[in-house]
Design a protein around this ligand. Structure first.
Ligand code: GTP
Ligand code: SF4
Ligand code: MG
Length: 414
């Protein structure tokens, strides 16, 4: 099961004490602290259980005010971290002379609709005039709750935790993975293993589906479809499938299939059973129920033309061999159905910048099982902001088998 964690990010200028604050929260030397400005280069991530709040992911970021070329790279990283945060902790050293960086964080947080709390890190005894000066220069800061502390002093850990608990409202509600699952019913998981299937374990969406069904007192039953034989029309595979279905005393309620097998499943799945795919299940879960957006995005294919570009996005870097879905199967379908349309790829946890994304007519995203809901939602927000439609592997592979197939795999999610 994916653990849902609130994401808390620490932001501010260099040497404001961000890493010191991170270490105050974790009670250990999680981040390197040093008086050299720019000590934290990359975002430092740590997992932590906060009493009263549950599991969280903490992000310590680089200072946003570094002036060099490297500073620009760091800034991009920090702003991409900010997109994924549920709570922004803005650390301010009130003895600073100007507050442009802090004002920029306030503005970004407002634009992205993030919760933000202000931490005044007092390096020396508090000087009220300094705080007044900060608040005069940044009037919007008054919309946010503010706490004064000294990050080097462990006695401030408890007040800091209480401050976060009192003022932060978690919006990460747990979503049902397979909302249509009913107690005492059978559910078929169609898992055609191939050369890419790792030995010794299921893929994450498969393992999650099996766990979810079992946890809900229902019965997962797996079928390893021989896709090669099925596609060749070898009658022995169809017979095996039919015998498998007949051997279950109670009619299964639904089939969750590997999306690649939709070319077979669209004909083989009996009409009285629901049908959907692991990829659709996963993207619904990771996007926290934003499946409709992915469903609507497929319409972009209705008016796509030669020369347009499609981006295939996978959220991890698994090894890709032979009939890989992202680099072979989907591009092949695109070539067949939409000649002249160009295909590009984005693999891994980092997504392209908006100005790069703008050139695409459609983004086809994998199930996203290796990234957090926050990261997925940040991607969706970016794509919506620039008006680039997006869809998903399972939706695309069903659509390519005809609208009827797509309508069918969407039924369980209505
Ligand atoms: N006296 C005092 N020193 C502090 C306090 N907070 C941080 N420092 C010192 O300030 C320096 C910078 O602290 P860091 O936590 O590394 O600051 P940072 O914001 O992470 O800085 P960068 O990683 O460079 O962006 C270190 O020498 C800390 O020991 C504080 O509350 N009081
Ligand atoms: S992140 Fe995407 S490509 Fe990687 S295993 Fe999960 S669904 Fe597949
Ligand atoms: Mg630091």
């Amino acid at each position: 099961m994916l653990v849902e964690r609130d994401h808390i990010g620490i932001f501010g200028k260099m040497n404001s004490g961000k890493s010191t604050l991170m270490n105050l929260l974790t009670q250990q030397e999680t981040s390197i602290v040093d008086s050299t400005p720019g000590t934290t280069a990359d975002t430092k991530i740590t997992l932590q259980e906060i009493h009263g709040m549950g599991p969280v992911k903490l992000f310590d970021t680089a200072g946003l005010d570094e002036g060099t070329g490297l500073g620009e790279k760091k800034r991009k990283k920090v702003l991409s971290t900010l997109k994924e945060c549920d709570l922004v902790l803005l650390v301010i050293d009130p003895s600073s002379t100007e507050f442009q960086t802090e004002a920029m964080v306030l503005e970004e947080a407002r634009r992205l609709d993030k919760q933000l709390l202000v931490i005044y890190n007092l390096f020396q005894a508090v000087d009220e005039k300094e705080i007044e000066r900060v608040e005069e220069q940044m009037p919007y800061i008054n919309f946010h709750r503010r706490l004064r502390l000294t990050a080097t002093n462990p006695a401030f850990r408890q007040p800091l935790l209480e401050f976060i608990l009192e003022n932060f409202e978690s919006k990460n509600q747990q979503l049902e993975l397979l909302p249509f699952v009913e107690k005492d019913q059978f559910y078929i998981l169609n898992i055609p293993m191939d050369e890419e299937t790792p030995p010794g374990r299921y893929l994450r969406p498969q393992a999650m589906a099996e766990e979810y069904i079992t946890r809900h007192w229902a019965f997962p039953v797996s079928y390893r479809m021989d896709l090669g034989k099925a596609r060749k029309g070898d009658p022995s595979e169809r017979k095996r499938w039919n015998e498998f279905l007949a051997s279950l005393q109670r009619r299964p309620k639904a089939i969750v299939t590997d999306s690649q097998a939709m070319d077979i499943m669209k004909d083989w799945a009996p009409d009285d059973m629901l049908l959907t795919t692991f990829s659709i299940m996963m993207i619904n879960y990771v996007s926290r129920g934003k499946l409709n957006g992915f469903h609507e995005g497929i319409n972009a294919l209705e008016h796509i033309k030669a020369g347009d570009r499609i981006l295939i996005a996978e959220a991890c870097n698994h090894s890709r061999i032979k009939e890989d879905i992202g680099i072979v199967q989907i591009p092949r379908y695109i070539q067949q159905h939409f000649p002249g349309v160009e295909v590009e790829h984005n693999f891994g946890r980092e997504f392209q910048e908006n100005k790069e994304l703008e050139k695409y007519s459609l983004v086809i995203h994998c199930g996203g099982c290796m990234i957090s809901g926050q990261k997925m939602q940040a991607r969706i927000r970016d794509l919506e902001a620039i008006g680039v439609p997006f869809t998903n592997y399972g939706i695309f592979l069903s659509y390519i088998q005809g609208r009827k197939s797509l309508d069918r795999v969407m039924v369980p999610w209505k």
